[in-house]
Design a protein around this ligand. Structure first.
Ligand code: GDP
Length: 300
């Protein structure tokens, strides 16, 4: 069966926050994620994360961790809202200080608010001579998003994603927000989580990047993911290192599924392969029938 029993309070342990960066195109989302991925504000683990995967986990000097979802656009939110699953704990909304609060900024703010996800504002490109962070704060205030240094409740940080200025402070603010959320999970149970992305790799077969949200995923586990299933043959972290297990808030690439589940699909670890296959097949059949019915309705 799918294991969905509630965890007892005493089994829960704190877990890292899962963070999404959103904002208007060209305001610096990619630059910020790249800087964090490669930078030396992140402790140890020399060399940074070279490969581009849909999620990665970074460790600060003091050992605290943050997981970043690097999904294009608002996918993470859309998938999360459609399925009622909460993938993102905190949203960083990035706004370029040499521009304005733009339609996509407003949309991102609305998405996060509607999902009840706390926001931290990153006011970017402050290295530019024409940067005007106060103007951005004023525009946010006019939308009823008053930042902390103006007496409001929203944390904000002026940054240069290009130079790295303020990025460490931004991480601190994200972690402060995470502390308030008191995020917890039970590492000692069968894993559950969400598919971030999946592809068919020529050499390796189906590769799925998943976010473990509760429990611990182990090599050899039997996974049911949407209409797909399989035994985890191998697991890799964001540094492409082979790992044997991944706990709460860890993003991990898994090999061994019999297909490519969709982004936003949930996954569960099952007791037997037969059970996983049966449920996957049933779901697929249901999807086919529903698809046929929808098709009939559309062509009526
Ligand atoms: P995205 O569309 O939000 O992912 O934006 P990008 O990260 O691709 O950045 C858009 C452009 O702004 C690129 O040319 C970046 O080099 C530039 N950019 C991003 N952050 C900064 C910054 O902090 N300072 C300056 N001067 N340029 C930046």
């Amino acid at each position: 069966a799918i294991h969905e029993e509630e965890d007892k309070e005493e089994d829960l342990q704190s877990r890292p926050p899962v963070v999404t960066v959103m904002g208007h195109v060209d305001h610096g989302k990619t630059s910020l994620l790249d800087y964090i991925r490669n930078s030396n504000v992140i402790a140890g683990e020399a060399g940074g994360i070279t490969q581009h995967i849909g999620a990665y986990n970074v460790k600060l000097d003091d050992g605290r961790r943050i997981t970043f979802l690097d999904t294009p656009g608002h996918e993470a939110f859309t998938a999360m809202r459609a399925r009622g699953a909460q993938m993102t704990d905190i949203a960083i909304i990035i706004v370029a200080a040499d521009d304005n609060v733009m339609p996509q900024t407003v949309e991102a703010i609305n998405h996060a608010s509607a999902a009840g996800v706390p926001i931290v504002f990153a006011i970017n490109k402050i290295d530019k001579p024409n940067a005007n962070p106060d103007k951005i704060k004023e525009e946010l205030a006019n939308m009823n998003y008053l930042v902390e240094d103006w007496g409001g409740k929203y944390q904000s940080q002026e940054i240069s994603a290009k130079k790295g200025t303020g990025v460490h402070e931004l991480m601190e603010k994200v972690l402060l927000e995470a502390e308030l959320l008191d995020l917890k999970a039970n590492p000692n149970r069968k894993a559950t989580g969400t598919i971030i992305e999946s592809t068919l790799d020529k050499g390796r077969g189906y590769v799925a990047t998943v976010l473990v949200q509760n429990g611990t995923l182990h090599k050899g586990d039997i996974v049911l993911a949407g209409t797909n299933h399989g035994r985890v043959k191998a697991m890799f972290n964001e540094r492409n290192a082979r790992i044997d297990s991944a706990g709460p808030s860890a993003p991990v690439q898994i090999l061994g599924l019999n297909g490519a589940p969709q982004a936003g699909d949930t996954f569960h670890v099952m007791d037997t392969e037969q059970e996983a296959r049966e449920i996957a097949n049933k779901r697929e059949q249901l999807q086919r029938e529903l698809g046929l019915r929808t098709h009939k309705l559309l062509t009526l």
